[in-house]
Structures are given as C-alpha cells and as structure tokens.
Design a protein around this ligand. Sequence first.
Ligand code: ZN
Length: 75
Amino acid sequence: MTCQDLGGPCDLAHRGEDANEIINAQDQHLKALEKAGDKAHQPARDDMKKRWRHPMKSMGWYNDVKKRFAELPET
Ligand SMILES: [Zn+2]
C-alpha cells in the first residue's frame, strides 16, 4: 500500500505481512518527514497522531485499511 492509500500525499509504497506493519511503516514515514520539515506530509501526520490519541474513533479507518490490504493481490 502507498502513502497515498493511507491518507498521505506521496506514492511511496509500503510492504508488510499485515495491515499493522503497513500502518507502522506509514507512521515511521510520516514521523521522519515531519522531522525533515516536510509540509506536504504534515496534515497526514496530524491525522495519524489523532488516531493514536483516539484509537476507538479510529477503528473505522483502521478496519478500512485492513480490508483494503486484504483485497490486495499477493506480491
Ligand atoms: Zn509519503
């Protein structure tokens, strides 16, 4: 899945065994770019921070990522 699939602005592709790995990879990606001062990724980073703070509210997003991940063809 790409950064864009997860609400980000670029098309960097993340690979992982499951949706959790993908979400963690995106989290690391957003953290790194926030540190680097990347403005394009800031809204996605803020959204991700909000999700960690309100995990219950974010279940819809999380389940959507999981579902889309499960539908991806095996590579
Ligand atoms: Zn990105």
